[in-house]
Ligand binder design. Structure first.
Ligand SMILES: [Zn+2]
Length: 485
């Protein structure tokens, strides 16, 4: 960090952030940063402990006279995402992050900065240190491995925290409070496939490509197309006109991504190609009409592929049930949140399919902040799998954080924001998993909110933090601690 950092305000927070930048702390390698936090807390004579996965908890007594106030937990994660540009020589295992400041923003030089969640951690350390603040009993929770598996949050022992309120410091927009997140659960469907002999000599591939895809939670309200749904729709329409014999269907990449590409391989009499093409052209035009404004690069293409002697097509019954399952399988938003505009409450993503000789595997991932709604979505998929003669496995879901617009903490935080900045804070929830979902389940009744400075492009070398927003974040945080006491 250039020496100008010492002039940044508030200086204690930036001083701690500067130290954090010197200690490598990618996900899974947070040990040194955890030790740093532990040693710092002990140097302030605060009680501090580390659990078996490396989470750190520190306790700071209330300002004299505020001992009876409700306890507040300040929480952030120790780990960062290590990403760099390919032309940058940087060893995340030992090199410090170097920074530059331009136009009011701090960036790293060609790597992620780790403002996510280094600023939150630095703010906690600055609160620990500052004897001039007014506050009730405080606990500080520093978790490990948020970015790759929420492992730290999952491992916290019930009873480890006493606070009534939790301020998560991992939001990325100053002036916006986050008050909810989705839980999620997958469905893994296994189809038995039966195959038969065939006299057909020619093999073809129908491929859907050019779609935008995106995150299965954050982008689910964008109205984008799912390549697997378009493919199943085309195959269903084609099957009514042309007797093709399906070899396999493949598509999608990750459980948490909307499929961008999908393809089906099949055998077909070349004399029937014009009829197949006609279905493809008509349906392709329909799809462009429906999705034209959002999926400008959509393509549906038929091409001949080598016919392997070993390829055996599915029996008509196997083919029908597989295509019908994909065609009927729900995808997209199932319910919008009734009180928070624009927020998907419950959704499901038909994520991917892989075909082997005797088995096809399909994965759906569903989300909701509300446990029973999530299970209802998964139960639809289970019923459908039953109808299609498939087996299904539904691993235990991870919990969400249901937005509570009547939360007393939210009311106080809104008041504090208005008093401090003479304007209203925005209130949002996200349709993706956050640590608060996991933590809330372990401490029933804990009232939680998430806040932070403005950070753009986290998890990429473009990551930047708006320096002025850090000062506002600090002002808000310290005013909130005072008012909550
Ligand atoms: Zn984060």
């Amino acid at each position: 960090m250039p020496s100008t950092s010492f002039e940044l305000q508030p200086s204690p927070l930036w001083k701690h952030f500067e130290q954090i930048l010197k200690i490598p702390h990618g996900s899974g390698s947070e040990k040194a940063l955890g030790e740093h936090v532990l040693a710092y807390a002990k140097s302030l004579n605060l009680s501090a402990s580390k659990d078996k996965v490396g989470n750190i908890i520190v306790r700071k007594p209330a300002t004299p006279g505020r001992e009876k106030a409700a306890g507040v937990v300040l929480q952030g994660h120790l780990d960062m995402v290590n990403e760099k540009n390919s032309n940058v020589a940087h060893d995340f295992a030992k090199d410090p992050i170097t920074t530059e400041i331009k136009d009011g923003w701090m960036h790293a030089r060609g790597t992620t900065l780790g403002a996510d969640n280094g600023i939150g951690v630095a703010a906690s350390l600055a609160v620990m240190e500052d004897a001039s603040l007014v506050h009730g009993p405080l606990e500080f929770l520093f978790t490990v491995d948020e970015e790759t598996g929420l492992t730290g949050a999952r491992s916290i022992q019930p009873g480890a925290l006493q606070g009534k309120y939790l301020l998560n410091l991992d939001s990325e927009e100053e002036g916006t409070y986050t008050i909810g997140c989705s839980g999620g659960g997958d469905s893994e469907i296994a189809f038995p496939l039966k195959r038969k002999a065939s006299r057909l000599e020619n093999a073809y591939r129908l491929k859907i490509s050019g779609l935008r895809g995106g995150h299965s939670g954050l982008d689910i309200t964008q109205g984008r197309a799912n390549a697997l749904k378009l493919l199943a729709r085309l195959l269903t329409l084609a099957a009514a006109r042309v007797p093709f014999e399906l070899l396999k269907i493949e598509g999608g990449n990750k459980r948490n991504a909307i499929p961008r590409e999908a393809w089906a391989d099949f055998l077909l009499d070349p004399a029937k190609i014009p009829a197949f093409q006609a279905v493809l052209e008509k349906t392709g035009a329909d799809i462009r009409f429906e999705y034209g404004s959002v999926e400008k690069a959509f393509q549906g293409r038929l091409e001949e592929i080598p016919r392997k002697k070993t390829d055996a097509p599915l029996t008509p019954a196997s083919q029908e049930s597989l295509v019908a399952f994909l065609n009927a399988c729900p995808h997209g938003v199932l319910r919008m949140h009734p009180e928070i505009a624009g927020l998907a409450e419950t959704s499901t993503n038909l994520a991917l399919i892989r075909c082997a000789k005797a088995k096809a595997e399909v994965i759906c991932s569903s989300r909701s902040p509300i446990g029973p709604a999530l299970e209802a979505a998964r139960s639809m998929i289970k019923s459908l799998a039953g109808l299609a003669g498939a087996k299904i496995r539904q691993p235990e879901a991870y919990p969400g954080w249901a937005p509570n617009l009547q939360s007393p903490l939210l009311q106080t935080m809104k008041d504090v924001y208005k008093k401090t900045f003479s304007k209203d804070a925005a209130v949002v929830a996200v349709h993706a998993g956050l640590e608060c979902g996991i933590i809330g389940q372990k401490f029933p009744g804990m009232d939680m909110i998430s806040l932070g400075p403005t950070i753009t492009h986290p998890h990429s070398p473009e990551e930047g933090v708006d320096i002025a927003s850090v000062a506002d974040f600090w002002k808000l945080l310290t005013a909130a601690l005072r008012d909550l006491a």
